[in-house]
Design a protein around this ligand. Structure first.
Ligand SMILES: NC(=O)c1ccc[n+]([C@@H]2O[C@H](COP(=O)([O-])OP(=O)(O)OC[C@H]3O[C@@H](n4cnc5c(N)ncnc54)[C@H](OP(=O)(O)O)[C@@H]3O)[C@@H](O)[C@H]2O)c1
Length: 339
């Protein structure tokens, strides 16, 4: 069999990731064990959350030098030792940054081919995948949004943030996003139809900007980044406001995380905070996917990830996530013919 390619960790990441931390190697995939399948990848994600697994700390989920870099992928089954999967099945799951991969069948789920006759395959990794579902459950189950709520979202042009803004708007909320560039502000207003957008890089007083966009106060803060942005959001919240703690991107590269400092305000405003993990909602996912797909078909929701062509560009794309003017919603198209 011809060698395939995959990205592995060359050295543990300290501070911001560098391309030198990664190495693209050739390997020959072999399906040997019962229960294993061979998947040819079409797309995979490069997500900032992976950074937390690439440092020197040692806990079960850490990626060690020589290990493949994790990432969600969508692909086609090429060989199967498991009766539940057949050659040609379309699947998604934790596949990694690779052109082909051998995985135990428990790591993948079959995609409904009918759904992808009307939706692009990349939606399995964005609107109809982890990003859309995280936004959906974070807002509807964790923050329990209701019509009329003022919803503030950080990293609002990212995969999760752009979906969260659209879902909140569909549910009758007023939606304001915080992002790191004027181009992203324009995307929020023009593509994702947010009510307001704030560029935190060009705002001297973030509290004042939030208050200007949300004079009535913030009911729900959907937190993707943590740190100083979250402190500002907390200061602008209404009494009994709710915070869905989804991610802390600003802390992932910090040796000592900055964390939140507005803890006293959390008490005086009687704020309700809840962290959550997408996979807690596994049982409800099929229903949520059908609902989101319906909204995509009707045009209420748009799915516009930035697509980078070629597995060889994955490390560079990942590194770019942690710099100013980083693209939001980033996917690698592994197969040039994938739609
Ligand atoms: N709880 C869950 O189950 C779950 C599931 C999926 C994802 N997540 C988390 O949700 C968050 C969003 O995920 P995503 O995949 O959509 O990523 P994302 O928001 O697209 O992340 C990249 C963006 O983060 C922003 N960023 C990077 N460094 C920053 C900093 N120091 N301060 C402020 N913003 C910074 C940048 O946007 P700007 O240019 O706008 O600053 C960058 O484009 C991540 O923290 C992820 O780990 C959680």
């Amino acid at each position: 069999m011809m060698p395939k390619r995959r990205w592995v960790l060359a050295s543990p990441v300290e501070g911001k990731p560098q391309e030198a931390n990664f190495s693209l190697e050739e390997f020959v995939p072999v399906v040997s064990r019962a229960d294993e399948v061979l998947v040819r990848l079409l797309y995979h994600t490069v997500a900032p959350g992976v950074r937390a697994k690439l440092g020197r700390e040692t806990y079960a989920e850490m990626v060690r030098p020589g290990d493949m870099i994790p990432g969600m992928g969508v692909g086609v089954i090429m060989a199967s030792n498991h009766s539940g999967f057949a050659v040609g099945d379309l699947v998604s799951g934790e596949l990694g940054w690779a052109t082909q991969v051998v995985v135990p069948s428990e790591k993948i789920a079959r995609l409904d081919k009918q759904l992808y006759q009307t939706n692009p395959l990349y939606s399995a990794l964005n609107a109809l995948g982890p990003a859309g579902l995280t936004a959906y459950f974070g807002l509807l189950r964790v923050a329990q949004i209701k019509p009329g709520d003022v919803v503030l979202i950080s990293s609002a042009a990212g995969s999760v943030g752009s979906m969260a803004g659209q879902i909140a708007r569909i549910h009758g909320c007023k939606v304001v996003g915080i992002v790191g560039s004027d181009a992203k502000c324009r995307d929020l207003i023009n593509i994702f139809k947010f009510n307001g957008a704030i560029n935190y890089q060009r705002t001297a007083d973030l509290d004042a900007s939030i208050r200007q966009h949300c004079p009535e106060g913030v009911d729900v803060y959907f937190d993707n980044v943590g740190g100083a942005l979250t402190d500002a959001a907390i200061r602008c919240m209404k009494v009994h406001g709710r915070i869905a703690v989804c991610g802390q991107t600003s802390d992932y590269n910090a040796g000592t995380p900055r964390g939140w400092r507005e803890t006293t305000t959390i008490i005086t405003r009687r704020l309700k905070l809840s962290g959550f993990i997408l996979f807690d909602f596994k049982a409800e996912m099929p229903t949520a996917i059908q609902e989101i797909a319906g909204r995509l078909r009707s045009g209420e929701l748009v799915d516009k990830p930035t697509i980078v062509d070629g597995i060889e560009r994955a490390a560079d794309a990942f590194v770019s996530l942690f710099h100013d003017s980083a693209p939001g919603r980033l996917l690698i198209r592994v197969d040039p013919d994938a739609y």
